[in-house]
Design a binder for this molecule. Structure first.
Ligand code: FES
Length: 378
């Protein structure tokens, strides 16, 4: 519809005449935009498990492809996809390189009590299908801010994004120095050992140091944990290098302490959190005299149920069949955002809330814990 003021502007008549001369635009631009968005940022993908590769006694790599063999959406080395199964989801870093778009590799380790990881390791077989998100997450190299000389401290299966980054450097011939310091419990637990060592031997810009906490008699390399002095010995001065950290939950506070001891500034550290904090009560803002094992009542979508204070709200909701959208499960992606209508929650430090979230009562349910009876708007 023509705006009543339009004729007052210089050149209006010519422009209107030009518009009137052109054939009507009947293309469905919304559909075209949707097709492009779906290709790059699909909501859900149903993928075929093309192969299950046994990596260590407790880990497998699931190679996922599209059923029609077409390329998968592009990703940046270090990103993850969420896998949906058994009424919940878990994020897994893609360990393959972005240069091979016909598949994504997800490397999964069995963990004590790990319902989904253990299910994936123990029961998924070639030919099965898995439902995933598209690639997500901000844990990837940013050439503008991260420079071309980086250090990656990995623990256990936290090496998966490092593997993808190294494959990316090799496949694309990137001009980047990459030093992986990789801690494992035993030599048998080291993931991708042969490939990592071969790539480091062939590429002077890639260095890999394996550190084993419980070495057997055959182990001749560094031992123990990733202490400040070991990091300094292996990686040399950190100076202005970016340090990535990825591993089990316990690695983060530990690595941060070691890096602080080395005087490395927090702004030069990137963490990829893996799940909710194991012990939310250890965070300084957990209120004193608030027993974590006390049950409280959660009300959402017309249901009320009891749960412990130290159970993340997202997990408690899923236990009751209430499934907010979720992907990272560590406070980053904000998909699990809920509004606390009544009551008080403890939102873990990991939650990347917007400034306005607190003001309007929003929290990230994957890292929020109900301190009192609460009512949620989902
Ligand atoms: S699932 Fe990503 S912030 Fe909660």
């Amino acid at each position: 519809m023509k705006h009543p003021l339009a004729p007052l502007f210089d050149g209006h008549d010519d422009i209107q005449a030009e518009i009137d001369r052109r054939p009507a635009d009947t293309a469905d631009h919304a559909a075209a935009t949707r097709r492009i968005l779906d290709a790059y940022h699909p909501g859900r993908l149903t993928l075929t498990v093309a192969a299950v590769v046994s990596e260590t006694p407790s880990s497998v790599t699931l190679r996922l492809r599209r059923p029609d063999g077409a390329d998968l959406p592009p990703f940046l080395a270090g990103q993850y996809v969420a896998v949906y199964t058994d009424g919940t989801s878990r994020p897994y870093a893609i360990s393959s390189g972005p240069a091979r778009p016909d598949h994504w590799d997800l490397t999964v380790r069995r963990v004590p009590g790990g319902r989904i990881s253990n299910h994936l390791v123990d029961t998924v077989k070639a030919g099965d299908t898995l439902v995933t998100t598209g690639p997500m997450g901000t844990f990837h190299h940013n050439p503008l801010f991260h420079g071309d000389d980086v250090v990656f401290l990995a623990g256990g299966s936290g090496v998966a994004p490092a593997m993808s980054m190294i494959r990316d450097i090799v496949d694309h011939g990137l001009d980047r120095r990459f030093h992986l310091v990789y801690g494992s419990r035993s030599a048998d637990d080291i993931l991708f050992r042969e490939e990592l060592d071969a790539l480091a031997a062939d590429h002077p810009n890639i260095r890999v140091d394996h550190v084993v906490a419980e070495p057997g008699p055959q182990w001749a390399g560094p031992t123990g944990f990733l202490t400040a002095s070991l990091i300094k010995t292996l990686a040399g001065p950190l100076d202005r290098r970016m340090v990535y950290v990825c591993g089990p939950q316990a690695l983060y506070p530990y690595a941060l302490t070691q890096l602080a001891e080395l005087g490395h500034p927090p702004r030069r550290i990137r963490l990829e959190a893996n799940g909710a904090p194991v012990d939310p009560t250890a965070q300084p803002h957990w209120p004193t005299n608030t027993a974590p094992d006390t049950a409280v009542t959660v009300t959402a979508r017309g249901q009320s149920f009891r749960t412990r204070r130290d159970r993340p709200l997202l997990d408690a909701l899923e236990d009751e069949g209430i499934r907010p959208e979720a992907a990272c499960r560590s406070g980053e992606c904000s998909l699990c955002r809920v509004r606390v209508v009544k009551g008080t929650v403890h939102t873990a430090e990991e939650a990347r809330l917007r400034l306005s979230d607190e003001k309007f009562g929003y929290t990230h349910s994957c890292v929020a814990y109900p301190l009192t009876d609460v009512e949620l708007d989902i």
